[in-house]
Design a protein around this ligand. Structure first.
Ligand SMILES: NC(=O)c1ccc[n+]([C@@H]2O[C@H](COP(=O)([O-])OP(=O)(O)OC[C@H]3O[C@@H](n4cnc5c(N)ncnc54)[C@H](OP(=O)(O)O)[C@@H]3O)[C@@H](O)[C@H]2O)c1
Length: 160
């Protein structure tokens, strides 16, 4: 039996790309998955695919930049499936620009999502994980090596 069977997992940024693939993979291994993101249409389509293939999944619209929204996501997962065992802290933005162009608005969006969003999700799941002495969390980072020009702020916002 898979060690993921019946585990409760939250995948943030699950409406596309790596997050969607991770959510599908966890559900295939028997986890009960809550997919999160802002795009409800895409989330509901992916959940429909997963449940149509026999997996267990639900979605919750949640904005990673908003701590209250992230706490509501964790509350939803806990009410729907039970305490959260696994957090895949994947929501993120990569807005490329040259440093010389000072795209301050984009930098702020990346800091709010990649850095604050990352902190919000961990802070929202950690109390219950600590209480149960059970935690699995994964996050993504880009190496500072990539921080030469257009990647600079993406790398900076990911290096916590
Ligand atoms: N692909 C790569 O080569 C690569 C390399 C290094 C790091 N990464 C990191 O890996 C992660 C996934 O990358 P990807 O290529 O799969 O990107 P992607 O397809 O653009 O997916 C990003 C996900 O983040 C979600 N997201 C963005 N802002 C959000 C917000 N404010 N609140 C909630 N969700 C938000 C998006 O969902 P909504 O739009 O529905 O909110 C989307 O589901 C990102 O953190 C990315 O920075 C990727």
């Amino acid at each position: 039996m898979s060690h993921l069977k019946n585990k409760v997992a939250i995948v943030t940024g699950a409406s596309s790309g790596i997050g969607a693939a991770t959510a599908r993979g966890l559900a295939e291994k028997g986890a009960r998955v809550v997919l999160a993101g802002r795009n409800e249409k895409r989330l509901s389509q992916i959940v429909e695919d997963i449940t149509g293939s026999g997996g267990i999944a639900s979605y919750k619209v949640a904005d990673a930049t908003d701590f209250e929204s992230t706490k509501a996501l964790v509350a939803f997962a806990t009410t729907t499936y039970g305490p959260v065992d696994i957090l895949v802290n994947n929501a993120g933005l990569m807005l490329f620009s040259y440093w010389k162009d000072a795209a301050v608005g984009d930098w702020n969006k990346m800091i709010d999502t990649n850095l604050r969003g990352y902190l919000h999700a961990i802070a929202a799941v950690l109390p219950s994980m600590l209480e149960r002495r059970s935690a699995r969390s994964s996050s993504y980072a880009v190496l500072p090596k990539a921080s030469g020009r257009r990647w600079a702020w993406v790398a900076g916002s990911k290096c916590l």
